[in-house]
Design a protein around this ligand. Structure first.
Ligand SMILES: Cc1ncc(COP(=O)(O)O)c(C=O)c1O
Length: 371
């Protein structure tokens, strides 16, 4: 008899036990080598020095509740991107916002669509809200607008689209996103998750802000965890139609963003030079890593983010490579949970880390897992 068969045992809502708990990228390995964590798409430059200073200063005020409206931060984001702060909602990471959207708009019988290798949190948030996840097939590891539209039913309430997507690094050109919005029924919310937007340098890309500005059913989510280097503080934001903001403000925790995150976020967004440096670093090393790794005979999905999806011969080779690299202190992300057991995801790291990864992969390909 399982625990849930016992009479009187508390029962989670239907769907909750179908969730496989999210396993974050590893941060440790059994090795004495220096650790380079390349498993969570964090910024190798870390946060702006101004954000660190703001974090230190806020230590004096930890006895007070944070500003529950995140007013100053919303003003700062609004000023930076030319947005109406009233239509911004901040969250404890963009994960928080994705969950809030799911909880507010999905319930039993409702469907949420995401793509084959879409970010795992979409499935988790959908099931946690009692909704039904629906997977739309990708083409070449890329979201396919026709497949998404074909998956829409009268029960569809939300479409989650990471653009660029994690863990594939692929993206949809803006023309395709506009085609999707144009064809979606108006009662379906499109969540454009632009967590990696700042890294994309393609002319045909847009995070989709103008769609969130002009459509009653489009939300764009962003994060401070990636290019802003503030993953540890948990801070994200979304721009949404006024009616959606009203809904999300009703369901979010009254103090869902802590005061350290507010202070650091305000300082970080003002430090444009720091972000420019992070973009330049990524541009150079994403290209270098892609070329060097492909030359070793490891297929690399073309990426516009701050990470690469590496394809090995099979799952066994990917596991062997993962262990081989971990023994050298190089921690990548196994992505079997994304249906990609033959792949590893590599975040763009510091120059030192990037060079070590390429050297270690070259050694691995030469000697196999023997070393
Ligand atoms: C596509 C995508 N969306 C959202 C997030 C979550 O970011 P946050 O740290 O803001 O919760 C991630 C983090 O890996 C991501 O890859």
């Amino acid at each position: 008899m399982s625990a849930s068969d016992v009479v009187g045992c508390p029962q989670a809502r239907p769907g909750v036990l179908a969730i496989e708990a999210y396993v974050p990228g590893r941060s440790a390995a059994a090795t004495t080598a220096k650790i380079h964590k390349l498993s969570s798409n964090e910024s190798p430059l870390g946060p702006s020095p101004r954000a660190k200073e703001a974090f230190r200063r806020i230590a004096e005020e930890l006895g007070h509740y944070p500003d529950g409206s995140a007013g100053e931060l919303r003003e700062a984001i609004g000023a930076r991107y030319g947005l109406n702060p009233a239509r911004l909602i901040c969250g404890n990471g963009s994960d928080d916002l994705i969950s809030l959207i799911a909880h507010a708009y999905l319930g039993p019988g409702d469907e949420a669509i995401y793509t084959t290798h879409g970010f795992l949190i979409y499935r988790i948030a959908t099931l946690a809200a009692g909704g039904t996840p629906v997977v739309a097939q990708e083409k070449d590891y890329t979201a396919d607008v026709d497949a998404i539209l074909a998956a829409v039913t009268p029960r569809t309430k939300v479409v989650f689209l990471a653009n660029p997507n994690n863990p594939t690094g692929t993206y949809l050109p803006f023309s395709e996103v506009k085609r999707l919005v144009g064809a979606l029924p108006h009662h379906v919310i499109l969540v454009l998750d632009a967590a990696y937007a700042e890294y994309v340098t393609r002319n045909d890309y847009s995070p989709g802000l103008e769609l969130a500005l002009t459509h009653p059913n489009v939300i764009m989510t962003r994060t401070f965890s990636k290019i802003y280097g503030l993953a540890g503080l948990r801070l994200g934001w979304c721009y949404a139609p006024a009616e959606v903001c009203d809904v999300l403000n009703r369901v979010r925790g009254p103090f869902n963003v802590n005061s350290a995150a507010l202070a650091a976020g305000i300082a970080a967004i003002a430090d444009v030079d720091h972000i420019d440096r992070a973009i330049a670093h990524n541009d150079a090393w994403l290209k270098w890593l892609s070329e060097q790794i492909a030359e070793l005979g490891i297929a690399v999905t073309p990426s516009v983010g701050n990470f690469l999806l590496l394809h090995f011969k099979d799952a066994a080779e990917a596991r062997a490579a993962d262990e081989f690299l971990a023994r050298r202190g190089l921690i990548l992300r196994a992505v079997a949970s994304y249906g990609l057991p033959q792949c590893l995801r590599l975040s763009v790291g510091s120059e030192e880390a990037n060079r070590l990864v390429v050297a270690a992969l070259a050694e691995f390909k030469k000697d196999g897992a023997r070393a």
